[in-house]
Design a binder for this molecule. Structure first.
Ligand SMILES: *Cc1c(COP(=O)(O)O)cnc(C)c1O
Length: 419
């Protein structure tokens, strides 16, 4: 099936007489006929038993997202941060390290550089555009993962997933790709060699700014038996000696994430949240097309204004990522960044003068919104980290919504006139 069809039909296939819309199974528990049956679930958890780590409504959405990405399985989480965290902790323990591209979401930088460090996991950041040789230097004996973002939030760097996957595989580790801004409609990282995909579903997937969520998707392609991942190939004492590669084959990663980490951390979404996420997913392909179209026009408008110092959008020929984006993406998505002449003061003046677009701590909203990363989401970063993450202190992140694009541009024009 193609994306539009998957979005409407995958995951939940009602049988004769069953509801047409995905039912919300609002229940913590599931009833069984015998203690014997429940005992068996603890040996081989193949049915729903407790909604801290599995629920039928969430399960349907997991199957839909796995189908969209072309993976073997998915695990929904209560936020994008939880997805990034669990995707890494499923591979790294204290004493291990991971490599990450530097131009990634600010929250992920905090998680990797500060919080994981407290747990004894070191993250080495690399410039995604450096040569394979240069990037390879960051990999060590204890490196267990390579992390990147398809289109970086907010730097909008497009990463060459095929190149990064080659490097990861040379060092026998999986490539984890945060595909939030592209969504599986604009890019399918597994086709380019990535092994694991994560998303903040709070953004385009939910699409209506209703609730936070995340997801981890497993391609099923990575060889966990290459000697670097004993947690996958040796018995798990916390699970009656289950050996994930032996019992679950190509689903070892995603089942380990659920049965070990989700069981212990419990960052699972509620059924009602999954229902809302599913509504967003049903229209994702239609919405994404319009986001790309609107953002292209807004980016071109900014580029034509003499009050703007620079505009960054992978869909503009002036972007250093234009050619790579054309090759790798089916559209440049809905976020544009710009730097106004006159520095931070004019940036603030422009943003506060907008009437339609709102100032908010969100991105990829259905409504147009703006944010000044250096004083908000990336406030905790040093100037050095800001530059590495591709962020000019005067930069504005302009998240183009689904309003009529002429109205969005008129709003920009009236506010620019006062700057
Ligand atoms: C927002 C975002 C996250 C974090 O997701 P939450 O749902 O806010 O926890 C991770 N990665 C990217 C690219 C994001 O934009």
């Amino acid at each position: 099936m193609r994306d539009e069809t998957i979005c409407l039909h995958a995951g939940y296939e009602p049988k004769n007489g069953e509801p047409g819309a995905l039912p919300i199974v609002q229940s913590t528990t599931y009833k069984f006929d015998s203690t014997e049956h429940i005992g068996q679930l603890f040996d081989m958890p193949m049915e729903f038993m407790y909604s801290r780590f599995a629920n039928p409504t969430v399960d349907a959405v997991e199957k839909k997202i796995a189908a969209l990405e072309g993976g073997v399985g998915a695990l929904c989480t209560s936020s994008g941060q939880a997805a990034s965290l669990i995707s890494v902790l499923n591979l790294c323990s204290a004493g291990d390290s991971l490599v990450s591209t530097a131009a990634i979401y600010g929250g992920t930088i905090n998680l990797f550089a500060v919080t994981l460090k407290r747990f004894g996991i070191e993250c080495v950041f690399v410039d995604q555009d450096a040569s394979e040789e240069e990037i390879s230097k960051a990999f060590k004996e204890n490196t267990k993962a390579f992390f990147c973002e398809t289109i970086a939030n907010p730097a909008l760097n497009v990463c060459d997933i095929a190149k990064l996957a080659r490097i990861a595989h040379t060092h026998k580790v999986p490539l984890i790709c945060d595909n939030t801004f592209a969504t599986p409609i604009l890019c399918k990282p597994f086709d380019l060699g990535a092994d694991i995909v994560v998303h903040s579903t709070s953004k385009y997937m939910d699409g209506h700014a209703l609730q936070c969520g995340g997801v981890i998707v497993d391609s099923g392609h990575f060889n966990w038996k290459n000697g670097k991942f004993p947690d996958f190939t040796e018995p798990d004492e916390s699970y009656h000696g289950v050996t994930y590669t032996k019992e679950f084959g190509d689903m070892a990663y995603i089942i380990k994430a659920r049965m070990q980490l989700m069981r212990d951390f419990g960052a699972y979404p509620a059924a009602n949240s999954a229902f809302l996420l599913n509504l967003g997913l049903e229209t994702l392909p239609v919405r994404i097309k319009q986001y790309c179209e609107n953002a292209q026009k807004v980016a071109e408008y900014f580029e034509s204004s003499d009050k703007i110092e620079s505009v960054n959008y992978p869909g503009l020929p002036s972007s250093p990522y234009y050619e790579l984006g054309k090759k790798m993406l089916r559209g440049a998505s809905g976020v544009v960044t710009l730097v106004i002449k006159g520095g931070k003061a004019n940036a603030v003046k422009f943003m506060d003068g907008l009437k339609l677009a709102s100032n908010e701590v969100h991105v990829a909203d259905i409504r147009t919104c703006v944010l000044h990363p250096a004083s908000a989401t990336h406030r905790q970063l040093t100037d050095e980290q800001l530059v590495a993450a591709g962020i000019n202190p005067g930069m504005i992140r302009f998240s183009v919504g689904l309003e009529n694009v002429e109205d969005i541009i008129e709003d920009i024009a009236q506010s620019l006139a006062n700057v």
